[in-house]
Design a protein around this ligand. Sequence first.
Ligand code: X5A
Ligand code: ZN
Length: 646
Amino acid sequence: MAINYGDCDGKVVGKVERTVGLIYDETMCKHDTPDGEDHPECPDRIRVIWEKLQLAGVSQRCVVLGSSKAEDKHLQLVHTKDHVNLVKTLSTKQKDYRRNKIASQLNSIYLNGSSSEAAYLAAGSVVKLAEKVAQGELDSGFAIVRPPGHHAETDEAMGFCLFNNVAVAASYLLNERPDLGVNKILIVDWDVHHGNGTQKMFWKDPRVLFFSVHRHEYGSFYPAGDDGDYDMVGEGLGEGFNINVPWDQGRCGDADYLAAWDHILIPVAREFNPDIILLSAGFDAAIGDPLGGCRVTPYGYSVMLKKLMEFAHGKIVMALEGGYNLDSIAKSSLACVEVLLEDKEIQASSEAYPFESTWRVIQAVRKRLCAYWPSLADELSWKLINQKVPTPIILISSSDSETEDDAQGLLDQMSKLSIENHQVDTARTSWRADLAKVDVWYASFGSNMWKPRFLCYIQGGLVEGMKKACVGSMDKSPPKEIVWKTFPHRLFFGRESSPSWGVGGVGFANPLANHNDQIHMCLYRITLEQFNDVLCQENCLNVDTDLPVIDLAGLQLAENKGAIIPEAVSNSWYGSVVCLGKECDIPILTMTCTLSVFEKFKSGEIHLRPPAKAYANTFIRGLVEGGRFSAEEAEAYIDKAASTPL
Ligand code: X5A
Ligand code: ZN
């Protein structure tokens, strides 16, 4: 350890600077999109971090190490031979089209001639750093690597990740280096996405305590599904050694993350007493991140890291995962390395308090895990969770959006805004109560005509053929009545693919009536609250919104005008709510594309396309079970709609 002496009130005080390793290699910047297209996971991510550390004079105080290629036998500790070979043979000699084909069969992956080399360097560098920290040559370190790793599964690349860098390093220490005496590893994953790959790799392994805090939103946030939920606690000997903190909304910030630290992670880490900590350090929960929609500040990251330094004698290996706002990730990284160097006194406290939903999640996690970790057993005090909430609400889209918000701009906004949180909270709960009192007919004309599929939107879940589970409505009561009706609108199929059904068109109705056409619809009597939740799910929006997409005034307007385009869905696939009339004095609503999008279908600017097989099957089942059609008639109806030009 290097010791700096500073002068303080005439007395000489010793300040210990810890030995911090950094790994950065420009070669990892060569992994890029094959066609030069923009992508959030871009080469500049690691460049800006490295430049920031240099400019701040911080890298100069660290031990800078060269990168190193992972060995196949180490990769195979967590990956299959086939997967390692696949990545290995993405060599420069192969033609782009072959790589593009491989990439297109994977979820959120691009590949070029340098991807293989970068992936080997990313994994190898984390292994190297972990080894040096474990053996005491370094106190801690940061591997500034890409591609990231935590989504990579044993046998599959996904979510911008090729090899699971952190998992390879953990497995290397445990299985290949008994001499280093690492028997227990805590992996902390603060990337905004769930570390699905890492979770699975150590699912039954009590030597690895995996902790991931991430946006989950009932399974709708990437990587989607139930894996990231808090009841996924591990199995067999590993039961209790997997901890997920699944946020059910975006916008979480320092206060929310620190509450998860103070009331889950830190007490558990104290009980587990790790020999080393590996940190899946994605910075996409940072304020201003275009994918994350959360608001963690560099200060927040530095406190979270500082709190981890009380364990394992401060042996912490940070590995970069996600993080897509270049400015945010550079600042957050700098704040973290400064903490590793131990030259930052952290005392500033945040003004904000956690969201109510944050306490709900934390309490659920504690309850689920207290059998394994006694320190989680106590009920949190009423006083703690009912602290006044002075955090201003910023009305920005917090979804997986492509817009890049300037972090400083947001901070400025935050300090100016002073909307009382409880006003919004009240609005949020009361719109549901109000709209739950009003019934509408939801007229479905696609796969929703099959009741079990429609029920996914009410009760959550999925039916055969669907690629992704639905969240369901907040009100899970089934429809009160079902009737079938025929309307004078055109049915057609278009767009390339859908999240639910994969490649193939999905059904639309022309927004305007046309007396030459007929569309068969299944009408479900549900509440206007449920209709809102269906509308959100059809448009890939979060159902847990502060305001309804269509309120009573909107319903009135739709009845009067025949159709409305609610602001929140105006740019989505089903951007138009059409009123088809009334049945028993209850308005009949359907959702379809807007008129302007319909014009684009007509002109060919947006493609018509026959439905995906699984989608068409569901559609047919609905029509047949509705009792009006034979399977042949249903098929003919679809074929005609799919083959007749608009
Ligand atoms: C490492 C990471 C995110 C993938 C998002 C895909 N991956 N939509 O942040
Ligand atoms: Zn991420």
